[in-house]
Design a protein around this ligand. Structure first.
Ligand code: GLA
Length: 393
């Protein structure tokens, strides 16, 4: 599905729901992270790209003081308080929206009344940041309808805060940054300590990013994500450091006795993963795909064994990819996103992407009994506002 088709579907839904034409539009992509798993909330280095799957918001001003959103995914209409929004028990998706509204009001924005439709092509629960895409698309839509422009870093932080405070997921800043800063044919090197973004050229003619969804959905709200964050933060505190960027593997090993075994493993993952992300950036810049692929494989092992955020299905997909190997066109694979289900990401030789994808789906089906889905993605444009009339029909 192209973005134009997604926008057309959203337009149809808007007309059906509200009986008029939308006047404002915004799009924000999901993301996939190449390397740097579970280090964004520890001031680490991450390497995501915005994917060509978008969350779309279309809307029109009304003469009311109400802000209404209709979700095509949930087939549900909600009204958001435009004066003092607070988190609600249900529906949970409303909290992503009201969290963003709260952030904008907090920055002094005055929002007019509106009716809007939310329509997303980012798979929910697949580890591709459907949440960040939703938040950033809503923020971009509200910027547009209130004729304001937020600073990009501030917009990403506002959306992260919505997720932290209204949804209750203590996520880092990677997903929202990727959705805001994404660019066509560029990877996003994000230094989560300085919050600086460097765009890295992506040679899509040589290598493809293949995403395979295990079709075992994840759920970050259930506490395991927060628990990992707590354990690794506690390890850092016990070692007497404020920031993981200042901790080396040597210091960690020397001071192993200060930590319990779980804390040691969690800290080892964070320290080594930041180093791997650094090396991977270098490997990509010099076109050393074998090294980049090996780093992905090591990242997966660390997430599986030290951070314990993988699951049987993700491990199976990574094993199948490893068995296909470089001869078959696979440089490397790892789980991506929060984990416990969701997707794996593979670096594959561009001309072999299609056969690799078919082979993985077939072998995974016979091993797990689950029909996975796969698609090749390209680094895509980050959030943008548009005029719906420019898109036909
Ligand atoms: C989720 C979070 C991100 C990040 C990843 C793991 O996607 O939203 O902030 O922590 O997990 O890398």
């Amino acid at each position: 599905m192209t973005i134009v088709e997604t926008i057309s579907q959203a337009k149809l839904a808007f007309r059906r729901q509200f009986g008029l034409e939308p006047a404002y539009g915004a799009a924000a992509p999901g993301r996939v992270n190449l390397i740097g798993g579970h280090v964004d909330y520890h001031n680490g280095l991450v390497l995501p790209l915005a994917i060509n799957r978008y969350s779309i918001v279309l809307g029109a001003r009304t003469n009311t003081r109400q802000g209404r959103f209709y979700s095509t995914h949930c087939n549900e209409l909600i009204e958001v308080d435009l004066v003092n929004p607070i988190p609600a028990e249900s529906p949970t998706w409303a909290n992503y929206v009201s969290g963003v509204v709260a952030g904008l009001l907090h920055r002094g924005l005055e929002l007019p009344g509106f009716d809007a439709v939310l329509h997303s092509e980012v798979p929910v629960g697949g580890g591709l940041s459907s949440s960040a895409a939703l938040e950033v698309s809503v923020a971009t839509f509200l910027e547009s309808i209130s004729d304001t422009k937020l600073d990009k870093v501030d917009k990403a932080r506002l959306c992260q805060q919505a997720e932290n405070e209204f949804v209750g997921v203590p996520c880092g800043i990677m997903d929202q940054f990727a959705s805001v800063f994404g660019e066509k044919d560029r990877l996003i090197k994000l230094d989560c300590r300085s919050q600086e973004v460097d765009l890295i050229a992506w040679p899509g003619d040589k290598v493809s990013v293949l995403i395979v969804d295990s079709n075992s959905p994840h759920q970050l709200v259930d506490g395991a994500y927060a628990e990992r964050k707590k354990q690794s933060s506690e390890a850092l505190r016990k070692l007497g450091f404020d920031c993981y960027r200042d901790l080396t593997l040597d210091i960690l090993i020397e001071n192993r006795d200060c930590l319990n075994s779980v804390e040691y493993l969690r800290a080892r993952h964070v320290v080594t993963e930041i180093a791997r992300a650094n090396s991977c950036v270098h490997a990509i810049q010099v076109g050393d795909w074998e090294s980049a692929g090996r780093l992905l494989a090591e990242s997966h092992e660390s997430l599986r064994d030290d951070y314990e955020v993988s699951c049987l299905q993700l491990d199976q997909l990574v094993e199948i990819s490893r068995d296909i190997g470089i001869e078959g066109g696979v440089y490397g694979a790892r789980m991506t996103g929060g984990g416990f289900g969701g997707c794996v990401i593979l670096l594959v030789r561009a001309e072999q992407a299609q056969p690799v994808s078919e082979m993985i789906l077939a072998r995974y089906l016979s091993r797990s009994g689950i029909q996975a889905s796969a698609f090749v993605t390209v680094p895509s444009r980050g959030a943008f506002a548009f005029t719906p009339q420019e898109y036909l029909p």
